[in-house]
Design a binder for this molecule. Structure first.
Ligand SMILES: C[S@@+](CC[C@H](N)C(=O)[O-])C[C@H]1O[C@@H](n2cnc3c(N)ncnc32)[C@H](O)[C@@H]1O
Length: 277
């Protein structure tokens, strides 16, 4: 599927309806310029993961660090690309996933779909020690509530807790922040793994940490909607002159070859493992 999505009713190359967020209830101001549809950032991330080497880079590391994954609890499973690659035949795969758009992607996995808990981790009701491995990959919880989240993960895990957190020197606020200049994204550029580890007590540190590079690849069908989406994420005013510069910047960043046009962002991921048994 291509990003961005040119019209709410437009269809991607695979014939799928193009994903946008739900329309707001506020009627548009008559003097406002027409706004392109808003892109759902989780869908944008998931489309990029489909085209990236994220899964192929991370899965061998996790399998080496956790040879017996067993029953897998996947917190913030997203579209399920990583969990699906890690799950063992015959073992359980449970996804804790609060976003309806991601649950719909998980449902599309058909017979391979996980059991879904449609809540955030804070309110998910799961039995203690119900899974062998608890995975949280690229979720915000390790940044927002690391100690409480680790306690919760430990309570659900029989053997291992695995977190995957950003490790690149550079921004991590959105999956495309890394193709923007620092004066635009204005983010903390410390590796996320350093931030997370600094927020855990010595007794809470993981037993192993391994880092791998990967590349976020976003297939791009046109720049306009994507530039508008990023400008909104950056909270730029509708007539901010940087919007035009952002469009030009993205056009210049796009790579083109026989596979089409795409944006690429260099990333790194840290795999953090706690062994409980
Ligand atoms: C960036 S995606 C990562 C998806 C997948 N784990 C991966 O590594 O590709 C973050 C996911 O966390 C989910 N999420 C957000 N808040 C959450 C919460 N409070 N509890 C569990 N998941 C949450 C989002 O809906 C989204 O699917």
């Amino acid at each position: 599927m291509l990003i961005p999505f040119m019209r709410p009713a437009a269809r991607g190359i695979a014939g799928a309806r193009l994903p946008t967020t739900s329309p707001g209830t506020t009627p548009p101001c008559p003097d406002s310029p027409p706004r392109p549809p808003t892109i759902d950032p989780l869908v944008l991330y998931a489309v990029g993961i489909d085209a990236s080497d994220y899964v192929s880079r991370i899965v061998p590391l996790v399998q080496r660090m956790v040879p017996e994954i067993g029953d897998l609890l996947d917190i913030g499973a997203g579209a399920g690309q990583l969990g699906r690659a890690l799950r063992r035949p015959g073992a359980a795969w449970t996804a804790v996933e609060p976003a309806a758009a991601m649950r719909s992607r998980l449902a599309g996995l058909g017979d391979a779909r996980p059991r879904v808990v449609p809540h955030g981790w804070e309110s998910a009701s799961l039995a203690a020690k119900s899974h062998d491995t608890v995975l949280a990959a690229n979720t915000s919880a390790p940044f927002q509530a690391p100690a409480a989240f680790l306690d919760r993960c430990r309570s659900w895990a029989r053997r291992h807790v695995v977190w995957i957190v950003p490790a690149q020197h550079g921004p991590r606020g959105t999956c495309l922040s890394g193709c923007l200049p620092p004066e635009w994204h204005g983010e903390d550029e410390r590796p996320g793994v350093d931030v997370v580890l600094s927020r855990l007590d010595p007794a809470q540190q993981p037993d192993a940490v391994v880092i791998t590079p990967w590349t976020f690849v976003l297939p791009v069908g046109g720049i306009e909607s994507l530039a508008e989406h990023l400008a909104e994420r950056l909270a730029w005013a509708p007539h901010d002159p940087r919007r035009r510069a952002l469009r030009a910047h993205l056009v210049a960043q796009c790579r083109h070859d026989a596979r089409g046009s795409r944006l690429e962002v260099a990333k790194a991921a840290a795999v953090l493992v706690w062994r409980l048994a």
